[in-house]
Design a protein around this ligand. Sequence first.
Ligand code: GEK
Length: 244
Amino acid sequence: MSEDRIYTTDDKGEPFRFNENVARVFPDMLRRSIPGYAASIEAIGSLAARYVRAGTNCYDLGCSLGAATLAMRQGIREPACRIVAVDSARAMIERCREVIAEDDRLNGPETDVDVVEGDIRDISFVNASMVVLNYTLQFVEPGDRGELLRNIREGMNDGGVLVLSEKVADENPEMETLLVELHHEHKRRNHYSDLEIARKRAALENVLVPETVATHRARLSNAGFSHSAVWLRYFNFVSVIAIR
Ligand code: GEK
């Protein structure tokens, strides 16, 4: 796995982008940066086993290199399903296609996967029993998030599951400061320097826009999801499941 050293050298003070440099080191970046990332992927596999129905579609939105897609593929117990993996970053999609082709070769394509380069705001969702937004909604403009969730919900079957994982903000400024500091300590333990942490934070400003857990859950409810629950929280990173 290539090591993420992007902000040791490569800093021109530009906003963060999902380019070739990022795609090359991405698994290492997520593993060292997102507390709870591995747990989110593991749970996506378990939820696929429980919720995905025969002959339905699953969507992995902002699939990056396809980690959640592979977890769903391994978890699905039913026949004739299809996973649609979508990302707008060409560098991610190119590598994701290689990852899926390798999985086809090693494990056989029991569940078909379509890897689509595109914006998740432009996708039509149909006959979906599972939809995953694993740390992706945070990159969508806040004003577009409600409509996206309504579109997703409209394309889901009754009883289908949405997994929404996000970096979140806290309503209370003191708690917010504490959670951010705990996250930065976590990154230091994972061998990011103070300079790398500070540069990455600046690059993500206005690119990754976190909201509170209450805002996310209210939006899910407004979009028509019947109930939701936080199943994972690790500092300022949460994962929510919502049922159609
Ligand atoms: C994982 N889910 O490994 N349309 C399509 N893709 C988008 C959009 C958009 N509007 N906005 C952002 N992306 C993955 C990790 S990473 C999380 C997801 C992170 C894509 C973007 O190109 C990137 O690949 C992904 O969302 C977010 O479980 O980097 O913190």
